[in-house]
Write a protein that binds this ligand. Structure first.
Ligand code: N01
Length: 532
């Protein structure tokens, strides 16, 4: 069969959540997945050190059926364990019978005569669906900057998200370009293994301690009994979908002593409380932000003895406000640079000139000899998964073309002229401003309810009005303009990709505000949408 009620693109958290809940409605659904396993980002990203930065237990499905007999071993699980979790979910609910793997979707065309989508895979297989749900995630399109001479390199080159199954780095001279979340994880993990590691850093990562912990089955069992349901509900009540929230107090309403104790407390907790549980004004008030940076810097300097390294890794002048570019969670990142086999090269001082057959040359003329080059250079984040599919709606114009001058959406889940099409955890939703599964489940449930409503009311199509889309997108931009986001170059605003329109790519008003807007629109008969 190739005709379905719902076609889903991508088999990560979002795609799986859709499938499970569409089945409950008695609808037919198929997931088309480019990769060969469930797990989305966790199926692709298995570079050394890859692990999640949301703490237990909230980075999993909230359905008790899927947590009552599953346990992780670490507070911040690694990729292997998350892959095993998806295998467990599959075994329990037999997901894969409705998934077509190794099937990259290349196009989706809306047909006004049948009110259906025709979705084509790379292998030219065509599927039809009444609804199309894009669960392509925020980081499915990897990015390799145009490095002169890259193709001439005689050693191995690996982008982190395409890490080979076998890759022995022992005894090798390895170079890593990029010190984002991925770079930090790889660098920490491989430094003790390789013969020599050269890190090419353009912007220091204002990383914060993870404080990883082993978590026993007994501890999890107790939490399951007492608190899991509360914690999963609490996710939807906080700005970032975690179980803690930004503090309602403003930075300078606290005394310096109170502030210091507050920062210490967040810092010692480890994880994101220092970022997402800090004073509520520091992401919009530069002076407040300077206080956070000063605290961060003091803590980091204590861990680095070399004054040159100190200035490179934790500069006296902040590279950008703290937290407006995603900070990584690190374990021993700052100590790594004191190892005799690790060298930091500051490519903001001397840029990468070219890749040579033997290594990498910076524009001070230095050649850095390498056997392996690791590209931790990120992704065409948030939009890339959607715009790499040729999606054409009522007017025949592709979404990629429509978004050339900036994305526009309604409620961060649908776009005018693309009927019966939704996305989850994508542009103008809270996406990575939130714990992943929190936003995924809220949006996915909203879509399920919408499809149910349409069936019950005999409605064939739903599409946002241009006016509603315009107003929503303006609202996102307006919320973003009150923050310090544009003082950093980062993927949050699209500035990591040359030529990409710079705008806030995510909903910056927090999960509760976002949820309220979605729920309100639905309660008002899907206000802002045309229903036919
Ligand atoms: O990508 P990034 P990432 N010359 O874009 C550098 C999620 N994630 O893969 O900062 C030299 O953050 C670039 O330098 P600069 C998470 O949401 C989660 O690390 O632009 N350098 C930067 O250092 C994360 O935020 C986890 O100056 C160049 C790096 O490459 C998102 O994925 C783990 C360059 C790219 O960093 C993306 O993270 C991993 C050039 N020409 C990822 N071009 C978890 O823990 C780029 N760079 C869950």
């Amino acid at each position: 069969m190739s005709d379905y009620d719902v076609l889903i693109v991508g088999a990560g958290f979002a795609g799986v959540h859709q499938l499970l809940n569409l089945r409950k409605l008695g609808l037919t659904a198929k997931i088309l997945e480019a990769g060969s396993a469930l797990g989305g980002t966790w199926a692709w990203n298995h570079y050394p050190g890859a692990r999640v930065d949301s703490d237990l237990p909230i980075y999993q499905f909230s359905d008790p059926e899927l947590w009552s007999d599953w346990n992780f071993t670490e507070k911040f699980p690694g990729w292997k364990e998350i892959q095993a979790y998806f295998e467990y979910v599959d075994k329990k609910l037999n997901l894969t019978r409705d998934v077509l793997f190794n099937s990259r979707v290349v196009s989706a065309l809306w047909d006004d005569t049948s009110d259906k989508w025709a979705v084509t895979t790379e292998a030219r297989r065509v599927f039809r669906g009444k609804f199309l749900v894009l669960c392509t995630g925020i980081g499915s399109k990897y990015h390799i900057p145009k490095f002169k001479g890259l193709e001439t390199f005689k050693g191995e080159v690996h982008h982190t998200s395409r890490w080979p199954a076998e890759c022995d780095l022992a005894g090798k001279r390895v170079g890593v370009i990029g010190t984002g979340a991925t770079g930090v994880q790889v660098i920490q993990e491989i430094a003790p293994i390789v013969d020599h590691l050269t890190v090419f850093q353009r912007t220091p990562n204002l990383a914060i301690p993870m404080r990883q912990q082993q978590v026993s089955v007994q501890e999890q069992d107790k939490l399951k009994k007492d608190l899991y349901a509360v914690l999963f509900n609490r996710r939807n009540q906080t700005f970032s979908g975690f179980t803690y929230d930004l503090d309602p107090k403003r930075t300078f309403d606290a005394t310096p002593e109170e502030r210091m104790l507050f920062y210490e407390d967040k810092w010692e907790k480890g994880g994101f409380p220092f970022w997402l549980g800090n004073y509520g004004d520091y992401l919009s008030n530069q002076q407040a932000n300077d206080e956070v940076y000063a605290f961060w810097r003091k803590k980091v300097l204590e861990r680095i003895s070399d004054p040159v390294l100190q200035e490179k890794l934790a500069p006296s002048k902040p590279p950008h406000p703290f937290g407006v570019k995603r900070p990584s969670l690190e374990q021993n990142y700052f100590e790594v640079y004191s190892r005799p086999n690790v060298k930091l090269v500051d490519v903001s001082e001397y840029a990468i000139q070219e890749i040579t057959p033997q290594g990498l040359k910076t524009n001070d003329g230095t050649e850095h000899p390498l056997d392996v080059l690791v590209l931790a250079t990120g992704f065409d984040m948030v939009t890339g998964g959607i715009t790499s599919i040729d999606i054409r709606g009522q007017d025949g114009i592709s979404i990629k073309e429509k978004w050339t001058d900036g994305i526009q959406s309604y409620l961060g889940l649908a776009s005018a002229t693309y009927p019966n099409m939704f996305w989850i955890y994508g542009p103008q939703s809270p996406s990575s401003f939130s714990n992943g599964p929190s936003t995924v489940e809220l949006t996915s449930e909203w879509i399920i309810d919408c499809i149910k409503y349409m069936k019950e009311h005999n409605i064939s199509t739903i599409v946002p009005t241009k006016d509603a889309q315009h107003a929503y997108s303006e609202h996102v931009d307006q919320l973003a303009s009150t923050g310090l986001w544009f003082k950093a170059k980062s993927w949050y605003t699209g500035s990591n990709i040359e030529g990409k329109k710079q705008q806030m790519l995510q909903f910056p008003g927090g999960v509760p505000m976002y949820n309220r807007m979605c729920v309100d629109a639905a309660a008002k008969g899907y206000q802002g949408f045309d229903l036919k």
